[in-house]
Design a protein around this ligand. Structure first.
Ligand SMILES: [Zn+2]
Length: 131
C-alpha cells in the first residue's frame, strides 16, 4: 500500500509522499521537477495537470481577501491618495503576492489532488534513482 500524501508538503514545497524531493528545480521559483526519484512518481500526472491551480487556488486566495481589503480601505485611499494610487497599490500587491503564491498554489493543487485521487502503483513510472 502506498503512503498517504502529507499536507505539510505544501509548506515545505516537497514531494507529498516522502518529503525528500523538492518540488521546485534548484534555483527556480517557477519550474517544477518532473518527478520524485525516491517515490518514482511524476508530479505532473498528465498534460496540463497544473492548469487549474491558478484558477482554483491562486485567484480565490488573492481575490477574496483583496476584494475585502479593497472595500474596507477604498474610502480612505481614494480620499487621501486618489483612485489611481489605490488601483496601483492593488495591482502591485496582486502581482507580488501572485508570484509569491505561485509554487504554493501548484503544491496545494498537487497534494489536494492526491488526497482526493490517491496515487496508484501503476503511476509509479518516473525514473527512480538507483541505490
Ligand atoms: Zn517522493
Amino acid at each position: 500500500m502506498l503512503p498517504r500524501p502529507k499536507l505539510r508538503a505544501v509548506l515545505m514545497l516537497r514531494c507529498p509522499y516522502c518529503l525528500k524531493q523538492p518540488l521546485l528545480k534548484q534555483g527556480s521559483w517557477f519550474e517544477f521537477e518532473e518527478g520524485c526519484p525516491d517515490c518514482g512518481y511524476r508530479f505532473e500526472r498528465e498534460e496540463g495537470y497544473f492548469v487549474g491551480a491558478p484558477w482554483m487556488i491562486s485567484y480565490p486566495l488573492l481575490g477574496i481577501p483583496g476584494l475585502i481589503l479593497a472595500i474596507r480601505f477604498y474610502p480612505y485611499f481614494s480620499q487621501h491618495y486618489g483612485m489611481t494610487a489605490f488601483g496601483a497599490v492593488l495591482a502591485l500587491g496582486a502581482c507580488v503576492l501572485g508570484l509569491g503564491l505561485y509554487p504554493f498554489a501548484r503544491a496545494i493543487w498537487l497534494v489536494g489532488d492526491h488526497m482526493i485521487n490517491p496515487l496508484e502503483a501503476s503511476e509509479l513510472h518516473f525514473k527512480r534513482k538507483t541505490p
